[in-house]
Design a protein around this ligand. Structure first.
Ligand SMILES: Cc1cc2nc3c(=O)[nH]c(=O)nc-3n(C[C@H](O)[C@H](O)[C@H](O)COP(=O)(O)OP(=O)(O)OC[C@H]3O[C@@H](n4cnc5c(N)ncnc54)[C@H](O)[C@@H]3O)c2cc1C
Length: 539
């Protein structure tokens, strides 16, 4: 692994109008996993692609940052399905030309503290099932029925995904077939589906112990999303060796090889539409980049409410569709640095999920109404323990991250203010949350008392700043049953030359965003050109 300096983490090429090529085949807005995947696959097909990223480094939620000698990831705590040569793994291997390597977490990849009880998720289908049966011996039948349901819904997920690529008329033709292949549970809420299997509320809570990965508690989330996440991690969690920034770093060369580039500090202000067609983008500095093909990976809200001209959004009917989807929850994160190694401190390669009790929906409701109520979920991750290369880059140190939800409205009054200069009230609010969250860490790992060298709290406003969102969204759009059935949320748009990609097109998650990149490319170039590429990826 390369020696680490602060600049190594700033990947991509700083934007200047004079650095642009005279012409590109496509412009991608946003360098998250969705944007980079689309750009890389198009590059492999001979396109010259310009990726424009507003942040100082590429990668979107996969970027990492360094401060005070520590390095933290911001949106990659674990990835599933990469231990073997699965479809997910092959896609990562292809995009990174085999350079991205994965380290397994502990067999116990998630631990759930629910009130005063403790449960685990163990890697491997059988181990996962058997461990649940050990915790809930009277529920064996319900657990087996759950495992079967997961398999059924997982099988239908590819049908759901492929449906996103179809043209509207093809969607109508395929509708009866797709309905046949879609289990009824897929678009129902998670709690209702699980309640039909068992009335044991602790078991339901354990099965939903990863609700933070979905962004919605069980009475609000779609079972499809629940099943997707549960299936994704069923064979364990993995961490990118070298840090999450290695994801973008290992994909960018494919874009450059095709003559394209990934520019940072490159904020797009407007998507230009002329005579009803895409004409290019206008940058924040006023420069215009002409191009008849623009792919937005900046999210639905940014694209339709902030980047496209309002009259185009109105005329094409999107204005009426937008209220069918909502932004996901916003969140707080604490980035912690310690002056001993993960091993010396006894940090696990297991994520902790801490819940006040087993009624997750009620806990959220209570917290949203009263910020002094217990956090409905506190998630703790130990990135330096998960990354076997961390110590080579930052010897003698360790890092921890704590994530918890926090409604955006609590921070709204400081919206638009400058980072680091938001005043005393804001700092006090942040510190109060910070201290409460740190207490959860000390409760679970008392050996860390007195060992923390540095910590900082990020709020939803920090998310807006680095990831370009408007409401500090954790996962783009909320994963409700309604959202997942919106046919307009796919790669195609009604504006000729404009395409969408990223987590809002399919689902959140690094893999969800990556697969959206594949679907967008497929929709753009058609199956005839895509098939040979798919054969190479999945050879
Ligand atoms: C705290 C947290 C933890 C997470 N943990 C995990 C995890 O453990 N495993 C997992 O699989 N997933 C996890 N996720 C989710 C995952 O990171 C995301 O779903 C995924 O990376 C989203 O990719 P994307 O390409 O759709 O969007 P993003 O990564 O958000 O990329 C969008 C990009 O567009 C840029 N942009 C926006 N507007 C403009 C503009 N006007 N001009 C130029 N650029 C613009 C943004 O700066 C950003 O870089 C986590 C997310 C968060 C927030």
């Amino acid at each position: 692994m390369t020696a680490m300096t602060p600049s190594t983490l700033r990947i991509g090429y700083r934007y200047r109008p004079k650095r642009l090529a005279p012409q590109y085949d496509a412009i991608v807005i946003g360098s998250g996993m969705g944007g980079l995947t689309t750009a890389a696959l198009l590059s492999e097909l001979g396109w010259k692609v310009c990726v424009l990223e507003q942040h100082y480094t590429a990668g979107g939620y996969t970027h990492s940052y360094e401060r005070h000698g520590y390095e933290w990831d911001v949106g990659v705590h674990y990835i599933g399905d990469v231990g073997k040569r699965t479809r997910t793994r092959r896609m990562f291997d292809f995009l990174s030309s085999g350079k991205l390597k994965w380290a397994p977490m502990d067999a116990e990849y998630d631990r759930f503290y629910i009130g005063d009880k403790v449960f685990s998720a163990i890697a491997g289908k059988k181990a996962f099932r058997d461990n649940l049966v050990t915790s809930f011996p009277a529920e064996e039948k319900a657990i087996d029925a759950y495992m079967e349901l997961l398999a059924d819904v997982s099988g239908a997920l590819s049908v759901h995904s492929m449906g996103r690529v179809l043209k509207p008329w093809q969607q109508s033709v395929a509708a009866p077939f797709m309905k046949m292949r879609t289990p009824a549970s897929m678009y129902r809420n998670t709690y209702d589906v699980l309640s039909e299997l068992t009335d044991n509320q602790d078991l339901i809570a354990v099965l939903c112990g990863q609700w933070g990965d979905i962004g919605l508690p069980p009475k609000q989330s779609a079972f499809m999303m629940h099943a997707m996440i549960a299936r994704h991690y069923l064979y364990g969690g993995y961490y990118p060796i070298g840090g999450s920034w290695r994801i973008a770093d290992s994909i960018i060369p494919m874009i450059q090889k095709g003559g394209g580039e990934v520019f940072t500090y490159a904020r797009v202000k407007r998507i230009l539409v002329e005579n009803g067609k895409i004409a290019g983008v206008a940058m924040k500095d006023g420069h215009r980049i002409e191009c008849p093909c623009v792919i937005s990976s900046a999210g639905t809200d940014n694209t339709f409410n902030h980047l496209l001209p309002a009259d185009v959004v109105e005329k094409t009917g999107y204005r009426k569709l937008l209220p069918t989807v909502q932004p996901s929850f916003s969140y707080l994160c604490i980035y912690i640095g310690l002056k001993e190694t993960a091993q010396q401190l006894g940090l696990p390669k297991t994520n902790f999920w801490i819940y006040p009790h087993n009624d997750f929906d009620a806990a959220v409701e209570q917290f949203v109404a009263d910020k002094d109520a217990p956090f409905p979920v506190v998630y703790i991750s130990f990135p330096s323990a998960k990354d076997p290369d961390y110590e080579n880059r930052h010897p003698g140190t360790a890092t921890i991250e704590i994530v918890a939800p926090a409604p955006y409205k609590w921070f709204e009054e400081w919206q638009g203010s400058t980072w680091g200069k938001r005043g005393e009230d804001y700092n006090e609010l942040k510190e109060n949350f910070g201290e409460r969250l740190m207490q959860h860490l000390y409760d679970k790992l008392p050996q860390l008392q007195g060992k923390v060298d540095y910590y900082e709290v990020s709020t939803p406003l920090s998310t807006d700043w680095f990831a370009g969102y408007q409401r500090g969204e954790l996962y783009g759009l909320d994963h409700t049953t309604e959202r997942l059935q919106q046919k307009w949320l796919g790669p195609r748009t009604k504006i000729p030359g404009l395409w969408l990609t990223g987590q809002d097109v399919l689902t959140a998650g690094v893999t969800g965003a990556m697969m959206s990149g594949m679907l967008t490319t497929m929709a753009m170039v058609g199956m005839r050109k895509m098939t040979p590429l798919m054969k190479r990826i999945y050879a």
